[in-house]
Design a protein around this ligand. Structure first.
Ligand SMILES: *Cc1c(COP(=O)(O)O)cnc(C)c1O
Length: 366
């Protein structure tokens, strides 16, 4: 059997007829930038997340960067302020802070959930700390109740990196509605993926929303009148059309992933493999199913030989990346252990029962 880690063409196959119709109506409309598709998606995704505002932007990195830059424009952050961010994240979270000329302060995660540890936040924060960038890594909501309690106590902004967590829900509240603002990515491989780059910010703050509508479009609210030093990072009109087709199925996608995960966590039995923590709630949409093992190279080679594709999210922690020499002296034992041991198994709605059986069996035979 041959099971690739992710087959995007197969994942998008059920939508193909509607994509083609959308391309036709897009061509007929002759409207290519910031049109009705973007407006429809912004209001649809705001409703989906349960927030007042959604601002479509070019990609997930820009979503996070623009939130921070908007807070600087609004005087709520100043260049040089410190932002707490998990040490084990995709590098985009760190880059957003750096690109806004703020200072990332890395915080160890909880080994069980892989998410930022609130106890560490409380220990590390100082009067220079002005914000927490909480990443919902692999699709599981960060520990938002204590994070928000700490943020309130020390008057910190809370920004969610929800790029992997569309639809994750705790106490009836979705990812994107837990902080002061959240950044989403609709990169093709994400749980809600476009056919190219796309992103969005969600927030309940009208002042922030207004600033973001301006910053994403040259700092301009009225054409050719520029109030801020803006950027060009607009959600593409055609990608918004694609997302409008897929958004109604987002929860179904999450439910299908969780159903497969229920089988993985109850049927994979191998002392060499550490399964991810899962409480069987909807706080996890499983963008990735990430196991840990001490002999990762060997396990990945074995699975590859059996036709099962795997990936590593992520092989090098941000503080050890060549691009970030200023952090090379730091030590984060938990993050480093995670980066050494993690391996992601195939998980998406196209997997058949037979394929899931085969993956479980193959892992149990290892
Ligand atoms: C994908 C991702 C991003 C960046 O999204 P892009 O659309 O690729 O710019 C940011 N943070 C996390 C955690 C991600 O997984």
């Amino acid at each position: 059997m041959k099971i690739p880690f992710l087959d995007l063409k197969k994942l998008n196959k059920p939508y193909e007829t509607r994509f083609k119709e959308k391309l036709e109506s897009f061509l007929d409309s002759g409207w290519y930038i910031l049109g009705n598709e973007v407006k429809t998606f912004e209001s649809g995704f705001a409703d989906y997340c349960g927030v007042k505002h959604c601002i479509g932007v070019g990609n997930g990195l820009d979503a996070l960067t623009l939130i921070l830059k908007a807070y600087i424009e609004l005087g709520k952050l100043q260049k040089g302020d410190e932002v707490l961010v998990p040490a084990n994240t995709y590098i985009a979270s760190i880059l957003a802070v750096l690109q806004a000329e703020l200072v990332p302060v890395m915080v160890e995660p909880d080994l069980a959930t892989y998410n930022i540890n609130p106890l560490e936040i409380e220990k590390i924060q100082t009067e220079k700390t002005k914000a927490i960038l909480a990443v919902h890594l692999y699709g599981q909501l960060a520990d938002m109740v204590p994070i928000n309690r700490i943020a309130e106590k020390y008057n910190l902004l809370v920004i969610e990196d929800a790029a992997q967590a569309h639809g994750a829900t705790l106490n009836g509240k979705k990812a994107g509605n837990w902080g002061h603002a959240a950044g989403f990515s609709f990169y093709p491989g994400k749980n809600l993926g476009a056919l190219g780059d796309a992103g969005a910010v969600t927030t309940n703050d009208p002042e922030l929303a207004r600033m973001l509508y301006s910053l994403r479009n040259y700092g301009s609210e009225v054409k050719y009148i520029n109030d801020h030093i803006g950027y060009n990072s607009r959600l593409d009109e055609f990608q918004a059309g694609i997302l409008n087709i897929k958004l109604p199925y987002a929860d179904e996608e999450g439910a299908k992933r969780r159903a497969i995960v229920k089988r993985y966590v109850s049927e994979i039995r191998n002392p060499k493999i550490e399964l991810p923590y899962y409480d069987f709630s909807e706080n996890h949409v499983f963008h990735l199913f990430v196991i840990r093992t001490e002999d990762r190279t060997q396990l990945a080679a074995y699975l590859n030989e059996k036709g099962i594709g795997t990936l590593i999210h992520y092989p090098v922690p941000p503080h050890q990346q060549k691009a970030l020499p200023q952090f090379h002296g730091l030590s984060f034992p938990i993050s480093e252990k995670i980066h050494r041991e993690v391996l992601s198994l195939p998980l998406n709605s196209t997997l058949t029962d037979t394929e899931v059986d085969y993956i479980i069996q193959t892992l149990n035979n290892y």
